[in-house]
Design a binder for this molecule. Structure first.
Ligand code: HEC
Ligand code: HEC
Length: 364
């Protein structure tokens, strides 16, 4: 598990070949990305890794947050969550010579205990502030048409298939916690273990050295001659399975309403027919056709681009933590989610009952 945590937080799988060699993001970061810009695209800073003098300066407002040199100092301290860089002094100047990314970039955030965007790591929590498209679009190596696609995604969204099938329909970055005992991974249940998808992302999305092949999608990708992914997958999976969904904060929901909502969830609202068991999903038994998603119909349909062409019932533990909802993020709140089911499936829930079910969801 400790090994897996190290991999999750700090391992690039050799993807500097992509982020430095191909996208040349090190050039942009060292010349133009000051800490304010970095925080504005949702990058997070791990306060535990920030040198104490710098942390002090941030706390008392004297740190130079308009200077890319400060960003370099943070990268050098390994304090930018999900970003690994090598800073070297060349001709007396601090230069960022290599940069790569880790899983934590998208699947960790911080608790903002120092200030907005700076605090302790929360592994498995999706970084819904992060704008991966905006970051990739900073690359001087991309043409304008491709940059326009990346810029269209917005915070908290990423399309993990765009560079494979050329279609553009990002999904929200999901949590990487609460997945123990769930044997269908991703919104569309493409893999039967986390390791399947970890290999997909590490190789095809992050640009790590290794290989991934998926006959159902005719995807066959190999980067480099060595494999820096394969041997790490077991530990990485063990770590992720250890990440439990966060409990609802005390006082964040109305417990009397939640108790009524629980009865409705299992009864009149019929949610339990799919959101069943301790994990609140029937993923281990079945996947569902497009019509089961309140976000469908959509063009292009996200499921249609996947290996299964189906949707997995989303697990609901910790669902309070990660609005917006559904794979496309089209429901801003849990009330909105329940109202959508109510209308589409003609559940005849009264406005009070909709609220009650929403309060129950907030308690999970
Ligand atoms: C650029 C952002 C990004 C990075 C980096 C990234 N992911 Fe993801 N991850 C996503 C998105 C978006 C999805 C949703 C894809 C889908 O379901 O089709 C996802 C899905 C997942 C899932 C499935 C969750 C579920 O509910 O089944 C897991 C597990 C996961 N990622 C783990 C990882 C690991 C481990 C790494 C590093 C090897 C990683 N991710 C790197 C964006 C990212
Ligand atoms: C026919 C099966 C089915 C039923 C019945 C069902 N759901 Fe779902 N639910 C799904 C599927 C599939 C998804 C994923 C859809 C997507 O992301 O587009 C989902 C997603 C959700 C989400 C979003 C979770 C997230 O992480 O974004 C919530 C919340 C939810 N359902 C609550 C409910 C409630 C409340 C009910 C009862 C009113 C209900 N569901 C009934 C299958 C079902």
């Amino acid at each position: 598990m400790a090994e897996g945590r190290q991999t999750f937080r700090h391992d690039t799988f050799g993807n500097e070949a992509h982020w430095t060699g191909v996208l040349k993001l090190h050039q942009v970061i060292e010349s133009a990305v000051d800490p304010k810009t970095a925080l504005s695209v949702g990058l997070k800073v791990d306060a535990d890794a920030v040198p104490s003098a710098v942390l002090q300066a941030i706390r008392n407002g004297t740190a130079d947050l308009d200077s890319p040199a400060t960003t370099l100092a943070l990268i050098q301290a390994d304090a930018v969550v999900g970003v690994k860089g090598t800073v070297q002094t060349i001709d007396g100047v601090q230069r960022l010579t290599r940069v790569g990314i880790t899983c934590a970039l998208c699947h960790s955030t911080v608790d903002d205990s120092v200030t907005q965007g700076i605090g302790r790591r929360l592994d498995g929590w999706p970084n819904r502030d992060l704008d991966p498209g905006a970051i990739i679009a900073l690359s001087p190596a991309l043409d304008e048409v491709t940059k326009a696609v990346y810029r269209s995604w917005g915070p908290g969204r990423y399309d993990a298939r765009f560079n494979m099938d050329g279609q553009n329909k990002p999904v929200v970055i999901p949590p990487a916690y609460g997945l123990a005992d769930i044997h269908r991974i991703t919104f569309t249940g493409d893999g039967d273990s986390i390791a399947y998808w970890n290999r997909y992302v590490a190789v095809t999305q992050m640009g790590g050295l290794g290989s991934f092949s998926e006959p159902r999608l005719a995807v066959n990708v190999r980067h480099g001659t060595e494999d820096r992914v394969d041997a790490k997958l077991d530990a990485l999976q063990a770590y992720q399975l250890s990440l439990t969904a966060p409990k609802a904060p005390a006082g964040s929901f109305d417990s009397a309403a939640a108790a009524r909502g629980r009865v409705l969830f299992a009864g009149k609202a019929m949610c339990i027919t799919c959101h069943s068991g301790d994990t609140f999903t029937d993923a281990n038994e079945r996947l569902h056709p497009l019509t089961a998603s309140m976000a469908e119909p959509e063009t292009p349909s996200y499921a249609s681009r996947s290996a299964t062409k189906l949707y997995r019932t989303s697990p609901l533990k910790g669902v309070w933590q990660h609005p917006p909802y559904f794979h496309d993020g089209s429901s801003p709140t849990l009330e909105h989610v329940v109202e959508r089911y109510n209308e589409r499936q003609q559940l005849q829930l009264s406005p009070q009952e909709v609220q009650d079910v929403a309060q129950y969801l907030k308690s999970l």
